[in-house]
Design a protein around this ligand. Structure first.
Ligand SMILES: *Cc1c(COP(=O)(O)O)cnc(C)c1O
Length: 336
């Protein structure tokens, strides 16, 4: 069966680069949502805890519960619990209109909209948000926002950061203390010269696939995930023999072609046979991608589909996140 290798060395390497930028390992909140960006929640959480990461960010309460015992805090981005869960699990409060649904005593982090206009409480309702959370008996343990374009050229990043800092000064003046303040995702952290927040919510950089426009300087980050497929069968073909559905695939000269056990049913993107995907070694996928199979020239026992999801994504005209999270959970993740 096809399999995914998860490189412990590369994850540790990336976490060290990130810790240097954030000024300590304690300031990393590793984003583990969506099965750790497809890497496997359990595997990555265990490795990260071993590396000394103390804080995690997930999407659902269920994800939080499965890693709560190994992190000091776990922030849930998009879920509301029925009852107060383990004490170290806290929830982003994305919308004041839903504040009544949080159980009394629940830990919340107020998420403000400082310019992305997708999610979060409007800044002008900040005082009201604090008052209502307190009235409801919620524990405010953090205040956060999200950058809309930290990975793009332009000033958006700076004005959102200024708005967040202004919000912080205002709420601190009104007596909100003992909470953690955070705005940065990976791109924002690496645009920051002197990191002055309590944690950074880092996902894609830890997985080694952060890409930024040319002028931005990044340390070397190493892709953690590689995808492999195994040979199912091999045949000899001549150039006139059409390979796969529609007979669209052809070899340029007589040779051997093998079928490998990965396809769009595994979450591998189907792409366009007329502009075939190329493996890291340069060989193209021959013809159409099937549900569970692809054809490649040669007869290697195993082939590497990608060892850098950002490069694979470039070929498909998408982003590394998209390539990684689509990979089916049934594909075995192996720590190496
Ligand atoms: C996914 C997410 C992050 C992590 O973003 P990266 O670009 O992967 O570092 C941070 N904060 C929030 C709110 C997110 O949803």
């Amino acid at each position: 069966m096809s399999y995914i290798l998860i490189s412990r060395d590369n994850l540790f390497w990336n976490l060290n680069q990130i810790a240097a930028q954030a000024q300590s390992l304690e300031k990393i909140a590793l984003v583990l949502k969506d099965d750790a960006y497809g890497h496997g929640l359990k595997i990555v959480a265990a490795m990260a805890a071993e590396a000394g990461v103390r804080h995690a960010v997930v999407r659902t309460l269920q994800e939080a519960r499965s890693v709560a015992s190994i992190f000091k805090t776990v922030l849930v981005l998009a879920d509301i619990p029925d009852a107060v869960p383990e004490a170290n699990i806290r929830f982003a409060l994305n919308d004041l209109g839903r504040i009544d649904r949080y159980p009394e005593g629940c830990g919340v982090e107020l998420k403000f909209d400082t310019g992305m206009h997708r999610n979060g409480i409007p800044e002008n309702l900040a005082d009201e948000a604090v008052a209502r959370a307190r009235d409801r008996g919620l524990k405010i343990v953090g205040v956060m926002t999200h950058h809309r374009a930290a990975d793009e050229m332009g000033s958006h990043f700076f004005w959102q950061k200024r708005r967040f800092d202004a919000l912080r000064r205002r709420l601190e003046k009104r007596g909100l203390d003992g909470v953690r303040w955070h705005s940065c995702n990976s791109a924002a952290l690496f645009r920051t010269n002197c990191f002055d927040e309590d944690i950074a919510r880092v996902g894609i950089a830890a997985y080694g696939c952060l890409r930024m426009p040319e002028p931005f300087k990044l340390p070397e980050l190493r892709p953690v995930m590689s995808l492999w497929a195994q040979r199912i069968s091999t045949r000899s073909v001549t150039p006139e023999m059409g390979i796969g559905y529609g007979g669209e695939g052809h070899l340029a000269t007589e040779g051997k072609v093998s079928a490998y056990d990965v396809g769009y049913g595994d979450g591998w993107l189907r792409g366009d046979a007329a502009h075939p995907y190329r493996l890291p070694d340069g060989r193209p996928i021959i013809g159409r991608v099937s549900m569970d199979l692809i054809s490649v020239e040669g007869d290697d026992e195993a082939i590497c589909l990608f060892d850098d999801a950002a490069e694979a994504a470039r070929q498909f005209g998408t982003i590394a996140y998209d390539v990684m999270v689509k990979l089916h959970p049934r594909i075995e993740r192996r720590a190496v």
